[in-house]
Design a protein around this ligand. Structure first.
Ligand code: NDP
Length: 489
């Protein structure tokens, strides 16, 4: 019997997870509608992974040009032209958004460029005034960055804003020690911005392997990022002095800016902060400093506000995330949720897998729980960190382990006179010999961990790695040539 609903499936959210589920379901003959209030592609494509990675590439050329002279090239380092890069970036994002729109249209998904909220468990109200009904609803609205609760937090920017800056600031303070804070500290430093980073905990990248995150922190400091751990902000205020103290210099809040008639921060972006102009920051370590821009990278929360979710019976957790079972089903039997809005593992490829598992479960008569175990990931700092499985600390709590490490100066940068170090690390179960964790800090560690991840996901043992022949000369050959444990625990 034909369905009496307008759609078999209505997806709210046109990011990576929602688009994948919608178009695959539509390809199976399911009648699918999808609403997106912003741009198609979502966080990853429009204001996350993709523009971030392009900025990573942009930021690495300065080192490449500097190293080139050691290799005999006569290349002069010039200034970085943000508008040139930004125009190209915007063109690329427009292109990608069109690709996403095209994928949906070609698979037969009917799209609505508006915000959607639930009226009841089968009815969606669009902010263009239309109402649509659907047998099944999939929420894939992602998350959004949050500012901490400090006075004048609205003076600072968040990651969504960084791609839209009219000019690069001369100086920036980044608050936070997670993925976004550390990646942008490295990117902006590479683009020539004076970067200061405050992290409230003892070491950045909490939750990752201690030795690996320690090396990343050390490398960031050596490159010139002014990283302060055990430090947080107390308040922000506009720095209204005509002649502000030198950016990054100590200054007393409200005290006269003093002596210099020098106009500070030449080239400063007056529009960079959300209110424009330099910002005076009071920190927990005492004293005050002035920065052109303050960037909050203090976490993201699921986008579940004002969607009518709780009214129809969808339960939310303490962090506003949608609570789902192993099959991404909410407490309402026809409403499912995938991706960052469920705050399970907040990574694009995971959202895509959750979308695929939803399609298998609901439309292919193949109930598929989402596998969240042994997910490889990378943090695009400089150097990058690639990681899969347990940290040394977590593994040692679980069972007896052997730890294999190799730390060295890689050939390419050592030849150019750089002191950069690389870390290759394997955590091995003493009992089963299975590799429980692999942590790589190196240029292109993201590329390496993707491949090591296949073997580790397959359950490879240390001996499987040992009998794999090295590719010489590469950095990653160390992963199969470490013979003696560095320590046991
Ligand atoms: P994270 O949760 O990773 O980091 C948030 C940081 O902000 C932490 O260091 C946290 O400190 C700190 N923080 C939180 N609240 C406050 C506060 N009130 N005052 C000061 N500091 C605070 O979030 P991100 O925004 O960096 O990233 C969000 C998610 O996006 C990640 O979990 C990841 O899943 C994903 N992502 C993945 C990337 C990748 O795969 N390469 C890249 C970027 C994002 P504390 O440690 O003490 O809690």
């Amino acid at each position: 019997m034909a369905s009496t609903y307008d759609f078999d499936l209505f997806v709210i959210g046109g990011g990576s997870g929602g688009v994948r589920a919608a178009r695959v379901a539509a390809g199976d003959g399911v009648r699918v509608g999808l609403a997106e209030e912003s741009r198609y592609g979502g966080t990853c494509v429009i204001r996350g992974c993709v523009p971030k990675k392009l900025m990573v590439f942009a930021s690495e050329y300065r080192d490449t040009v500097r190293d080139a002279s050691a290799y005999g090239w006569d290349i002069k380092e010039g200034p970085f032209d943000w508008p040139v890069f930004q125009n190209r970036l915007n063109t690329e994002l427009d292109r990608l958004e069109e690709v996403y729109r095209g994928l949906l249209a070609n698979s037969g998904v009917k799209t609505f460029d508006c915000r959607a909220r639930l009226k009841d468990k089968h009815t969606i109200v669009l902010d263009n005034g239309e109402e649509k009904t659907a047998k099944t609803i999939l929420i894939a609205t992602g998350g959004h960055p949050v500012r901490p609760d400090v006075p004048n937090a609205d003076l600072g920017i968040v990651s969504d804003d960084i791609f839209k800056l009219e000019k690069l600031p001369k100086s920036i303070l980044i608050i936070g020690g997670g993925y976004i804070a550390c990646e942008f500290a490295c990117i902006l430093h590479g683009l020539g911005v004076e970067v200061t980073q405050y992290y409230r905990g003892a070491q950045i990248l909490r939750g990752f392997d201690d030795e690996a995150r320690g090396l990343v922190a050390e490398a960031m400091r050596e490159r010139g990022i002014d990283l302060h751990v055990g430090t947080n902000i107390v308040e922000l205020c506009p720095d209204s002095e005509d002649h502000a103290p030198h950016v990054g210099s100590d200054a007393a809040m409200g005290a006269p800016s003093g002596q210099s008639s020098e106009v500070v921060n030449p080239g400063t972006d007056a529009q960079a902060g959300s209110r424009g102009g330099p910002i005076r920051v009071k920190s927990t370590i005492g004293g005050e400093k002035v920065f052109d821009v303050v960037f909050f990278a203090t976490g993201r929360v699921p986008s579940t506000h004002d969607m009518g979710l709780e009214e129809v019976g969808v339960k939310l957790g303490r962090g506003h995330e949608i609570l789902v079972d192993d099959y991404s089903k909410t407490d309402v039997d026809n409403i499912y949720a995938i991706g960052d809005v469920t705050d399970r593992v907040n990574l694009t490829p995971v959202a895509i897998r959750e979308g695929m598992a939803f399609v298998e479960t609901v439309y292919r008569d193949n109930p598929t729980p989402v596998d969240h175990d042994l997910i490889p990931s990378a943090i695009f700092t400089q150097p990058e960190m690639g990681t899969i499985g347990l940290s040394e600390e977590a593994a040692a709590e679980q069972e007896e382990i052997e730890v294999y490490t190799s730390s060295f100066r890689p050939m390419q940068t050592a030849f150019a006179g750089r002191d950069d170090r690389v870390l290759m690390k394997l955590i091995v179960s003493k009992k089963t010999r299975v590799i429980l964790g692999c942590h790589i800090v190196a240029p292109n560690a993201g590329e390496m961990i993707q491949l090591a991840g296949i073997a580790i996901k397959m359950g490879a043992t240390k001996e499987d790695f040992d009998r794999t022949c090295a590719v010489h000369p590469t950095m990653s050959e160390e992963i199969v040539t470490m013979r003696t444990p560095t320590r046991t625990a």
